[in-house]
Design a binder for this molecule. Structure first.
Ligand code: IMP
Ligand code: MG
Length: 190
């Protein structure tokens, strides 16, 4: 496999991601088996668009009744820095009243997005809101929010691939990599 020229370093390859994802799914489903889950159904809410590869993989391993739902929340305005206040661009269509909700996220950085969404979903009447994130940049935290399950902790670097984008690009890389941010600023996409 050829590595993309904007990659500085590959952090996790497909095999490592698959292995960790299946471990998480097993752990999380056994958690829910011990809870009194309403209708025996967990509502899995994926935060688009970054969650797509992780969520697709996760639900294949998640052996518990569930309904899937998505939200689009924007906080990064295309570049590599966060813009502050999140905005909901696609809201929930399923009722989550008294339900166990599991949010699926690609990465937590400042925590602003998840803090906002977690409160929002609780406010809508969920019985419990849990979070699973593939990546956690702990050092980037601006608001104190903890993910209940974490795939991998990473350093405070801009990463791409496996759903993570730079200006909506590079989500298709089958691995997670540190981006060469100096190179990308003047990159010609030809
Ligand atoms: P937070 O609100 O700062 O925690 O940011 C969360 C969102 O920012 C994530 O869902 C990602 O979409 C995006 N994000 C944070 N760090 C990175 C990164 O290193 N690469 C790509 N997207 C990122
Ligand atoms: Mg995201």
């Amino acid at each position: 496999m050829k590595t993309h020229p904007l990659v500085k370093k590959i952090l996790f390859n497909q095999e490592e991601i698959d292995k960790r994802t299946s471990e998480l799914a097993t752990e999380i489903e056994s958690y829910y088996r011990q809870q009194n889950v309403k209708d025996n159904t967990v509502i899995i809410v994926g935060l688009l668009k970054g969650c797509v590869p992780f969520m697709a993989n996760f639900i294949k391993h998640f052996n518990h009744e569930c309904q899937t739902e998505y939200m689009v929340v924007s906080s990064y305005m295309g570049g590599t820095k966060t813009s502050g206040e999140p905005k909901i661009n696609l809201d929930l269509n399923l009722s989550i009243k008294d339900k166990h909700v599991l949010i699926i996220e690609d990465i937590i950085d400042s925590g602003i997005t998840l803090n906002y969404i977690k409160k929002y979903i609780s406010f809508k009447g969920a019985k419990e809101v849990k979070i699973v994130t593939l990546l956690d940049k702990k050092e980037g935290r601006v608001v104190p929010i903890k993910s209940d399950w974490v795939g991998f902790e990473i350093a405070n670097e801009f990463v791409i691939g496996y759903g993570l984008d730079y200006d909506e690009r590079l989500r298709n890389l089958p691995y997670i990599a540190v981006c060469d941010v100096e190179k990308i600023e003047n990159w010609k996409w030809k």
